[in-house]
Design a protein around this ligand. Structure first.
Ligand SMILES: NC(=O)c1ccc[n+]([C@@H]2O[C@H](COP(=O)([O-])OP(=O)(O)OC[C@H]3O[C@@H](n4cnc5c(N)ncnc54)[C@H](O)[C@@H]3O)[C@@H](O)[C@H]2O)c1
Length: 316
Protein backbone atom coordinates (compact mmCIF):
# COMPACT_ATOMS: atom_id res chain seq x y z
CA UNK A 1 0.00 0.00 0.00
CA UNK A 2 1.22 3.50 -0.77
CA UNK A 3 2.45 5.30 2.33
CA UNK A 4 1.03 8.72 3.09
CA UNK A 5 3.24 11.47 4.49
CA UNK A 6 2.28 14.89 5.81
CA UNK A 7 5.09 17.39 5.24
CA UNK A 8 4.64 20.55 7.30
CA UNK A 9 6.41 23.67 6.10
CA UNK A 10 6.53 22.20 2.59
CA UNK A 11 6.01 25.59 0.93
CA UNK A 12 9.29 26.66 2.52
CA UNK A 13 12.90 26.05 1.68
CA UNK A 14 14.02 22.68 3.08
CA UNK A 15 10.67 20.88 3.25
CA UNK A 16 9.71 21.69 -0.37
CA UNK A 17 12.79 19.70 -1.43
CA UNK A 18 11.91 16.95 1.06
CA UNK A 19 8.33 16.78 -0.27
CA UNK A 20 9.63 16.49 -3.83
CA UNK A 21 11.80 13.57 -2.82
CA UNK A 22 8.96 11.76 -1.03
CA UNK A 23 6.95 12.01 -4.26
CA UNK A 24 9.89 10.60 -6.25
CA UNK A 25 10.09 7.73 -3.74
CA UNK A 26 6.42 6.86 -4.34
CA UNK A 27 4.80 8.37 -1.22
CA UNK A 28 1.44 10.14 -1.35
CA UNK A 29 2.34 13.59 -0.13
CA UNK A 30 0.29 16.31 1.52
CA UNK A 31 1.92 19.62 2.38
CA UNK A 32 0.58 21.69 5.24
CA UNK A 33 1.82 25.28 5.43
CA UNK A 34 0.30 28.61 6.51
CA UNK A 35 2.38 30.48 3.89
CA UNK A 36 3.69 32.85 6.57
CA UNK A 37 7.11 32.70 4.93
CA UNK A 38 6.67 29.89 2.39
CA UNK A 39 5.43 30.28 -1.17
CA UNK A 40 2.64 28.31 -2.79
CA UNK A 41 4.73 27.80 -5.95
CA UNK A 42 7.38 25.91 -3.95
CA UNK A 43 4.92 23.11 -3.16
CA UNK A 44 5.77 20.40 -5.68
CA UNK A 45 3.10 19.52 -8.20
CA UNK A 46 1.84 16.10 -7.32
CA UNK A 47 1.50 17.01 -3.64
CA UNK A 48 -1.81 18.00 -2.13
CA UNK A 49 -1.72 21.37 -0.41
CA UNK A 50 -3.52 22.46 2.74
CA UNK A 51 -3.12 26.06 3.88
CA UNK A 52 -3.37 25.97 7.66
CA UNK A 53 -1.52 26.73 10.86
CA UNK A 54 0.12 23.73 12.57
CA UNK A 55 -1.74 24.66 15.75
CA UNK A 56 -5.19 24.81 14.12
CA UNK A 57 -8.11 22.40 14.52
CA UNK A 58 -7.87 21.75 10.73
CA UNK A 59 -4.28 20.54 11.11
CA UNK A 60 -5.21 18.23 13.96
CA UNK A 61 -8.21 16.86 12.08
CA UNK A 62 -6.06 16.30 8.99
CA UNK A 63 -3.58 14.27 11.04
CA UNK A 64 -6.40 12.30 12.64
CA UNK A 65 -8.28 11.41 9.47
CA UNK A 66 -5.78 11.74 6.60
CA UNK A 67 -4.29 8.25 6.92
CA UNK A 68 -0.74 9.57 7.37
CA UNK A 69 1.74 7.00 8.62
CA UNK A 70 4.62 9.48 8.48
CA UNK A 71 4.78 13.06 9.75
CA UNK A 72 7.72 15.10 8.47
CA UNK A 73 7.64 18.26 10.58
CA UNK A 74 9.49 21.30 9.26
CA UNK A 75 7.02 24.15 9.83
CA UNK A 76 8.33 26.46 12.54
CA UNK A 77 8.79 29.92 13.89
CA UNK A 78 12.55 30.03 13.25
CA UNK A 79 13.51 33.64 13.85
CA UNK A 80 15.85 33.64 16.85
CA UNK A 81 15.37 37.34 17.56
CA UNK A 82 11.60 37.07 17.34
CA UNK A 83 11.75 34.20 19.83
CA UNK A 84 13.56 36.51 22.24
CA UNK A 85 11.08 39.36 21.68
CA UNK A 86 8.01 37.09 21.88
CA UNK A 87 8.83 33.72 23.44
CA UNK A 88 5.14 32.84 23.85
CA UNK A 89 4.59 33.14 20.09
CA UNK A 90 7.58 30.89 19.50
CA UNK A 91 6.29 28.31 21.98
CA UNK A 92 2.76 28.40 20.54
CA UNK A 93 3.99 27.65 17.04
CA UNK A 94 6.89 25.33 17.80
CA UNK A 95 5.76 23.44 20.90
CA UNK A 96 1.95 23.60 20.90
CA UNK A 97 1.93 23.21 17.11
CA UNK A 98 3.91 19.98 17.37
CA UNK A 99 1.64 18.65 20.15
CA UNK A 100 -1.44 19.46 18.08
CA UNK A 101 -0.07 17.37 15.19
CA UNK A 102 1.04 14.51 17.43
CA UNK A 103 -2.30 14.33 19.20
CA UNK A 104 -4.06 14.26 15.84
CA UNK A 105 -1.65 11.62 14.59
CA UNK A 106 -2.17 9.49 17.67
CA UNK A 107 -5.87 9.37 16.93
CA UNK A 108 -5.02 8.53 13.32
CA UNK A 109 -2.52 6.22 11.65
CA UNK A 110 0.77 7.92 12.60
CA UNK A 111 3.69 5.55 13.03
CA UNK A 112 6.76 7.72 12.54
CA UNK A 113 7.65 11.39 13.07
CA UNK A 114 10.71 13.04 11.56
CA UNK A 115 11.46 16.40 13.16
CA UNK A 116 13.63 19.30 11.98
CA UNK A 117 15.62 20.28 15.06
CA UNK A 118 18.68 22.49 15.08
CA UNK A 119 22.27 21.69 15.92
CA UNK A 120 22.98 25.41 15.76
CA UNK A 121 20.82 26.24 18.77
CA UNK A 122 20.30 23.22 21.04
CA UNK A 123 23.95 22.89 22.03
CA UNK A 124 24.78 26.50 22.82
CA UNK A 125 28.38 27.67 23.08
CA UNK A 126 31.14 25.24 24.03
CA UNK A 127 34.69 24.37 23.07
CA UNK A 128 33.83 20.77 22.23
CA UNK A 129 33.60 21.22 18.46
CA UNK A 130 32.22 19.77 16.31
CA UNK A 131 29.40 18.92 18.75
CA UNK A 132 28.51 15.24 18.96
CA UNK A 133 24.82 14.48 19.67
CA UNK A 134 25.72 13.88 23.31
CA UNK A 135 27.23 17.35 23.82
CA UNK A 136 25.88 19.47 26.69
CA UNK A 137 22.60 21.18 25.81
CA UNK A 138 22.12 24.80 26.80
CA UNK A 139 20.08 26.81 24.31
CA UNK A 140 20.65 30.55 24.60
CA UNK A 141 17.35 31.50 22.90
CA UNK A 142 13.69 30.59 23.40
CA UNK A 143 13.84 29.19 19.83
CA UNK A 144 16.56 26.77 20.95
CA UNK A 145 14.49 25.85 23.99
CA UNK A 146 11.45 25.13 21.82
CA UNK A 147 13.48 22.84 19.53
CA UNK A 148 14.96 20.95 22.48
CA UNK A 149 11.56 20.76 24.21
CA UNK A 150 10.06 19.33 21.03
CA UNK A 151 12.69 16.59 21.07
CA UNK A 152 11.69 15.71 24.65
CA UNK A 153 8.00 15.60 23.73
CA UNK A 154 8.78 13.31 20.81
CA UNK A 155 10.78 11.01 23.10
CA UNK A 156 7.82 10.95 25.50
CA UNK A 157 5.46 9.95 22.65
CA UNK A 158 7.92 7.21 21.72
CA UNK A 159 7.80 5.86 25.27
CA UNK A 160 4.07 6.33 25.82
CA UNK A 161 2.72 5.16 22.48
CA UNK A 162 5.60 3.38 20.74
CA UNK A 163 5.77 6.13 18.12
CA UNK A 164 8.97 5.98 16.04
CA UNK A 165 10.65 9.37 16.23
CA UNK A 166 13.82 10.85 14.75
CA UNK A 167 15.11 14.38 15.36
CA UNK A 168 17.47 15.81 12.78
CA UNK A 169 19.74 18.46 14.26
CA UNK A 170 20.63 20.56 11.24
CA UNK A 171 23.69 22.71 10.88
CA UNK A 172 23.27 25.78 8.59
CA UNK A 173 21.35 24.52 5.59
CA UNK A 174 21.65 26.37 2.27
CA UNK A 175 20.47 25.94 -1.30
CA UNK A 176 17.84 26.96 -3.84
CA UNK A 177 14.54 28.40 -2.50
CA UNK A 178 16.02 29.70 0.74
CA UNK A 179 14.35 32.97 1.58
CA UNK A 180 16.82 35.90 1.63
CA UNK A 181 14.46 38.08 3.68
CA UNK A 182 14.34 38.52 7.43
CA UNK A 183 16.39 36.31 9.72
CA UNK A 184 17.55 34.10 6.87
CA UNK A 185 20.58 32.05 6.04
CA UNK A 186 23.65 34.05 5.21
CA UNK A 187 24.14 32.27 1.87
CA UNK A 188 20.72 33.41 0.65
CA UNK A 189 21.36 36.98 1.82
CA UNK A 190 24.88 37.18 0.39
CA UNK A 191 23.80 35.47 -2.84
CA UNK A 192 20.99 37.88 -3.58
CA UNK A 193 23.12 40.92 -2.71
CA UNK A 194 25.91 39.62 -4.92
CA UNK A 195 23.46 39.15 -7.77
CA UNK A 196 22.29 42.75 -7.41
CA UNK A 197 25.92 43.90 -7.33
CA UNK A 198 25.59 45.15 -3.73
CA UNK A 199 28.33 44.86 -1.10
CA UNK A 200 28.22 41.94 1.35
CA UNK A 201 27.98 42.98 5.01
CA UNK A 202 29.76 40.88 7.59
CA UNK A 203 28.78 41.47 11.22
CA UNK A 204 31.87 41.57 13.43
CA UNK A 205 35.32 40.61 12.21
CA UNK A 206 34.14 37.64 10.13
CA UNK A 207 35.99 35.02 12.17
CA UNK A 208 32.75 33.50 13.52
CA UNK A 209 32.28 30.00 12.14
CA UNK A 210 29.34 27.88 11.00
CA UNK A 211 28.87 24.46 9.43
CA UNK A 212 27.16 24.77 6.01
CA UNK A 213 25.33 21.78 4.57
CA UNK A 214 23.69 21.70 1.15
CA UNK A 215 19.95 21.02 1.02
CA UNK A 216 20.21 17.89 -1.19
CA UNK A 217 22.27 16.21 1.52
CA UNK A 218 19.66 17.22 4.10
CA UNK A 219 16.95 15.65 1.94
CA UNK A 220 18.91 12.40 1.87
CA UNK A 221 19.16 12.46 5.68
CA UNK A 222 15.36 12.87 5.83
CA UNK A 223 14.96 9.71 3.76
CA UNK A 224 17.32 7.82 6.09
CA UNK A 225 15.28 9.11 9.05
CA UNK A 226 12.06 7.95 7.39
CA UNK A 227 13.27 4.44 6.60
CA UNK A 228 15.87 3.45 9.16
CA UNK A 229 15.29 1.35 12.22
CA UNK A 230 14.68 3.59 15.21
CA UNK A 231 16.57 3.28 18.49
CA UNK A 232 14.97 2.70 21.88
CA UNK A 233 13.95 6.03 23.42
CA UNK A 234 16.18 5.84 26.46
CA UNK A 235 17.57 9.35 25.89
CA UNK A 236 16.80 12.19 23.45
CA UNK A 237 20.27 11.86 21.96
CA UNK A 238 19.55 8.25 20.99
CA UNK A 239 16.75 9.59 18.77
CA UNK A 240 18.76 12.49 17.31
CA UNK A 241 21.14 12.76 14.36
CA UNK A 242 23.33 15.71 13.51
CA UNK A 243 23.11 16.71 9.86
CA UNK A 244 25.99 18.90 8.77
CA UNK A 245 29.53 18.49 7.50
CA UNK A 246 31.58 18.55 10.71
CA UNK A 247 33.60 21.44 9.26
CA UNK A 248 33.76 25.01 10.51
CA UNK A 249 33.85 27.77 7.89
CA UNK A 250 34.34 31.40 8.86
CA UNK A 251 31.92 33.98 7.46
CA UNK A 252 34.85 35.66 5.71
CA UNK A 253 35.79 32.38 3.96
CA UNK A 254 32.17 31.73 3.11
CA UNK A 255 31.83 35.15 1.45
CA UNK A 256 35.02 34.57 -0.54
CA UNK A 257 33.92 31.07 -1.60
CA UNK A 258 30.62 32.49 -2.82
CA UNK A 259 32.39 35.15 -4.90
CA UNK A 260 34.60 32.41 -6.37
CA UNK A 261 31.67 30.07 -7.07
CA UNK A 262 29.66 32.85 -8.73
CA UNK A 263 32.65 34.23 -10.64
CA UNK A 264 31.67 37.76 -9.57
CA UNK A 265 33.10 40.34 -7.26
CA UNK A 266 31.60 42.95 -4.92
CA UNK A 267 32.97 44.80 -1.91
CA UNK A 268 32.89 43.14 1.52
CA UNK A 269 31.96 45.52 4.34
CA UNK A 270 31.96 45.08 8.09
CA UNK A 271 29.33 46.19 10.62
CA UNK A 272 29.15 45.90 14.41
CA UNK A 273 28.95 42.33 15.74
CA UNK A 274 25.42 41.23 16.63
CA UNK A 275 24.67 40.62 20.29
CA UNK A 276 23.97 37.01 21.23
CA UNK A 277 25.56 35.51 18.12
CA UNK A 278 27.52 32.30 18.71
CA UNK A 279 31.20 32.62 17.88
CA UNK A 280 31.63 29.05 16.66
CA UNK A 281 29.32 26.26 15.59
CA UNK A 282 29.68 22.87 13.87
CA UNK A 283 28.14 19.44 14.33
CA UNK A 284 29.87 16.05 14.30
CA UNK A 285 28.36 13.65 11.77
CA UNK A 286 29.92 10.30 12.65
CA UNK A 287 26.66 8.93 14.03
CA UNK A 288 24.71 9.39 10.77
CA UNK A 289 27.63 7.89 8.88
CA UNK A 290 27.92 4.91 11.21
CA UNK A 291 24.20 4.13 11.48
CA UNK A 292 22.89 5.21 8.10
CA UNK A 293 25.93 5.28 5.84
CA UNK A 294 25.02 8.97 5.27
CA UNK A 295 27.64 11.53 4.38
CA UNK A 296 27.29 14.90 2.70
CA UNK A 297 28.02 14.51 -1.02
CA UNK A 298 27.92 18.11 -2.22
CA UNK A 299 30.99 20.24 -1.51
CA UNK A 300 30.61 23.81 -0.25
CA UNK A 301 31.78 25.31 -3.54
CA UNK A 302 29.52 23.08 -5.64
CA UNK A 303 26.55 23.86 -3.37
CA UNK A 304 27.26 27.58 -3.59
CA UNK A 305 27.53 27.35 -7.37
CA UNK A 306 24.15 25.59 -7.66
CA UNK A 307 22.54 28.04 -5.25
CA UNK A 308 23.87 31.08 -7.08
CA UNK A 309 22.76 29.66 -10.42
CA UNK A 310 19.25 29.23 -9.02
CA UNK A 311 19.23 32.79 -7.63
CA UNK A 312 20.29 34.17 -11.00
CA UNK A 313 17.55 32.19 -12.80
CA UNK A 314 14.94 33.36 -10.27
CA UNK A 315 15.96 36.97 -10.73
CA UNK A 316 15.74 36.59 -14.50
N1 LIG B 1 17.54 26.66 7.35
C1 LIG B 1 18.36 26.20 8.29
O1 LIG B 1 19.58 26.40 8.22
C2 LIG B 1 17.82 25.43 9.46
C3 LIG B 1 18.72 25.05 10.47
C4 LIG B 1 18.23 24.34 11.56
C5 LIG B 1 16.89 23.99 11.63
N2 LIG B 1 16.04 24.38 10.64
C6 LIG B 1 14.63 24.01 10.76
O2 LIG B 1 14.16 23.50 9.52
C7 LIG B 1 12.80 23.85 9.33
C8 LIG B 1 12.59 24.47 7.96
O3 LIG B 1 13.41 25.61 7.83
P1 LIG B 1 13.55 26.41 6.45
O4 LIG B 1 14.91 27.00 6.45
O5 LIG B 1 13.13 25.56 5.34
O6 LIG B 1 12.53 27.60 6.69
P2 LIG B 1 11.34 28.21 5.82
O7 LIG B 1 10.90 29.47 6.48
O8 LIG B 1 11.72 28.27 4.38
O9 LIG B 1 10.22 27.08 5.99
C9 LIG B 1 9.35 27.06 7.08
C10 LIG B 1 7.94 26.89 6.53
O10 LIG B 1 7.04 26.75 7.62
C11 LIG B 1 5.88 27.52 7.36
N3 LIG B 1 5.29 27.87 8.65
C12 LIG B 1 5.78 28.72 9.59
N4 LIG B 1 4.95 28.78 10.64
C13 LIG B 1 3.91 27.96 10.36
C14 LIG B 1 2.72 27.60 11.06
N5 LIG B 1 2.45 28.12 12.26
N6 LIG B 1 1.87 26.72 10.49
C15 LIG B 1 2.13 26.20 9.26
N7 LIG B 1 3.25 26.50 8.54
C16 LIG B 1 4.11 27.37 9.09
C17 LIG B 1 6.37 28.72 6.58
O11 LIG B 1 5.36 29.34 5.80
C18 LIG B 1 7.46 28.09 5.72
O12 LIG B 1 6.96 27.66 4.48
C19 LIG B 1 12.41 24.73 10.52
O13 LIG B 1 11.78 23.93 11.48
C20 LIG B 1 13.74 25.21 11.05
O14 LIG B 1 13.69 25.49 12.44
C21 LIG B 1 16.47 25.09 9.56
Amino acid sequence: MTERVLVTGGAGFIASHVAERYLAEGFEVTVLDDLSSGRREHVPSGAEFVEADVGSPEARELMASGGFTVLNHHAAQMDVRRSVADPAFDARTNILGLLNLLEGGRAGALRRAVFASSGGVVYGESDELPHPETARKLPVSPYGVSKLTSEFYLAAYAQLYGMEVVSLRYANVFGPRQNPHGEAGVVAIFGSRLHRGEPLTIFGDGSQTRDYVYVADVVEANMCATRSRVAAADDIDALAFNVGTGTEISVTDLAQSLLDAAGRSVAIEHAAARAGELQRSAVAIEKAEREWGWRPQVSLVEGLRRTYEWLAEEAA
